[in-house]
Design a protein around this ligand. Structure first.
Ligand code: ADP
Length: 195
């Protein structure tokens, strides 16, 4: 089965995707991770991507759709794909729909993780502090200024996808404020409904 995890930065998409990979043998496709890999390439494209990401803005649809297309062509999605952080715009959603049709695949569910803004800020600032304390690198976009831009990008460009997938009958919403285990349980029961 192929699913999308939808939600603002800090909603817990990555955490839940990792659990699904373990439990269901699914393949996680995170455009954020792909872009973080691309930015270290030292190419002109990599440097451009880095500047946009650090500001908190969205990278162009063309770049992101290209990355997803490459992955779908090379990966064998055994247990299916979890799209994490993609699509983030209506154009990306349309492109994903077309790619899946080309591959003869379906989109089985879109899980929206619902979380309050103040909790997102707390989680992300907390994540940055933890990384710093552990001597690990802190993400350059995990600061208050970029976070403000990321939240704005989410509301302006990504949240319209909630209506888009609701209209298609694919959307299921889960309370992302619950404990990690409870969120995982809610996702599991949402997926059972779509199987
Ligand atoms: P978060 O969800 O915590 O903001 P991500 O790792 O998903 O983190 O994304 C980090 C950054 O990467 C985004 O702020 C954006 O600049 C870029 N990015 C990731 N996915 C996309 C996408 N699908 N379209 C455009 N830009 C993206």
């Amino acid at each position: 089965m192929n699913i999308i995890l939808l939600g603002p930065p800090g909603a817990g998409k990555g955490t839940q995707a990792a659990r699904l990979v373990e439990k269901r043998n699914m393949v996680q496709l995170s455009t954020g991770d792909m872009l973080r890999a691309a930015r270290t390439s030292g190419t002109e494209m990599g440097n451009m991507v880095a500047a946009v990401m650090d500001r908190g803005d969205l990278v162009t649809d063309e770049i992101v759709i290209g990355l997803i297309r490459e992955q779908l062509e090379s990966d064998q999605g055994k247990g299916g794909y979890i799209f994490d952080g993609f699509p983030r715009t209506l154009a990306q959603a349309d492109a994903l729909g077309n790619l899946l049709v080309e591959m003869g695949e379906n989109l089985d569910a879109v899980i929206e993780l619902q979380v309050d803004d103040d909790v997102l800020v707390e989680r992300i600032v907390g994540r940055a502090k933890e990384a710093e304390a552990a001597g690990q690198p802190v993400r350059a976009d995990d600061n208050e200024e970029s976070l403000r831009v990321r939240l704005m990008a989410y509301y302006k460009q990504t949240s319209p996808l909630i209506g888009y997938y609701h209209a298609k009958g694919d959307l299921q919403s889960v309370d992302g404020l619950a404990s990690m285990d409870d969120v995982a349980t809610s996702i599991a029961s949402a997926l059972r409904k779509s199987e």
